[in-house]
Design a protein around this ligand. Structure first.
Ligand code: NCD
Length: 339
């Protein structure tokens, strides 16, 4: 199927994708939080992402003539590489700025940096930064579509979109009703959790959280999740185990005695995985700290691991998002107010 798809003439492949899209549009012009994404948006994104996934690295001309800037002020492998490749596979021109090579280093304000990038007629600006809420703020003041690729401890919406796609494919269903998802680890510093919990609620999953008390902020309760200090208790009968990295760069080491002790009490081992349902899957947003959040043997090759599937879905999902955001069927444009 793959090879046949890749040999299709471009016009046929594009017609195929356009048919799946059926002239539908997303309800938002910027993506800064999962709160903006409706169930209708999810259905559209996933229909298109699944088809892009079939076509793998096929180069589409949908976004030709549009540019994308990747503005990453924090480290990234997966998110930055997949946004860049996704844009290129849609025929966009891309460029990157970051904390070491941008004028932010010379004291330029965030809004001035982003307004400058937008003035190059960039159609999309993908932002990763340490300030929670900054992408949402700049989105109100520039013409470009802003995509939050992780803002401080707050949210990382495209990660949640690709994670939910991975879970839904596994269950072969339209929502996660009756499915138990256990999130294990450094909840407090995790923007991945911030977006994941919101999308899991939308999809009706039952959410359990297992972490040391110091990794569990009070606001977790407001999401209606059950919490436990025993990872064994939380994993019992689960459908999905989602492990998070201990975020040392955000001071997490001050919340636990040692990484070794954390690994012993919360690290996902084969023995702990066996407490979940036999067909349960193991997920992690990456980067994985082997033998701390997840035992090494479970990371890439284990039959229950979906960690590389998440990465693959990230490409397809980001391609769908960029196409739907930049090339609207209704021709509508974003409204914004210069500061
Ligand atoms: C995450 C991040 O940066 O928030 N990584 C990612 O985007 N896949 C998670 C992490 O760094 O632990």
């Amino acid at each position: 199927m793959d090879v046949a798809l890749r040999r299709k003439p471009m016009s046929e492949a594009e017609e195929d994708l356009s048919k799946i899209r059926e002239g539908r549009d997303l309800s938002f012009f910027d993506l800064t939080s999962i709160d903006q994404v409706s169930l209708k948006d999810l259905a559209l994104l996933y229909d298109v992402a699944r088809r892009f996934r079939d076509y793998r690295t096929y180069k589409f001309s949908f976004n030709k003539g549009y540019s994308q800037v990747n503005a990453f002020f924090e480290a990234s492998t997966r998110t930055q590489a997949s946004f860049d490749l996704a844009a290129k596979q849609l025929s966009m021109d891309t460029t990157s700025v970051g904390s070491t090579n941008s004028s932010a280093k010379k004291g330029e304000s965030f809004i001035d940096t982003v307004e400058t990038l937008s003035a190059y007629n960039a159609r999309a600006i993908v932002i990763r930064c340490s300030q929670a809420g900054a992408p949402e703020f700049v989105a109100r003041h520039v013409a470009a579509s802003i995509i939050n690729a992780g803002d401080g401890w707050h949210e990382h919406p495209t990660q949640a979109l690709l994670d939910a796609l991975t879970m839904l494919d596994e269950c072969a269903s339209e929502d996660l009703s009756g499915r138990v998802v256990v999130v294990v680890g450094d909840i407090k510093h995790s923007r991945v959790f911030g977006s994941l919990v919101r999308i899991l609620k939308k999809l009706n999953a039952t959410i359990r959280v297992a972490a040391p008390e110091t990794f569990l902020p009070d606001y977790v309760e407001k999401f209606g999740v059950s919490t436990s200090w025993s990872v064994e208790e939380a994993i019992e009968g689960a459908d999905v185990i989602y492990a998070l990295r201990v975020q040392e760069e955000r001071g997490a080491k001050g919340d636990i005695p040692t990484l070794r002790e954390y690994s012993k009490t919360f690290g996902i081992s084969a023995k702990r995985l066996a407490l979940a349902k036999p067909e349960a899957i193991l997920m992690h947003p990456g980067p994985v700290m082997r033998d701390i959040d997840v035992h090494s043997a479970l990371v890439a090759r284990h039959p229950q691991s979906r960690i590389l599937r998440q990465v693959e879905n990230g490409m397809a999902l980001r391609k769908a998002l960029l196409w739907l955001m930049c090339d609207r069927a209704d021709g509508a444009t974003k409204s914004y107010e210069l500061l």
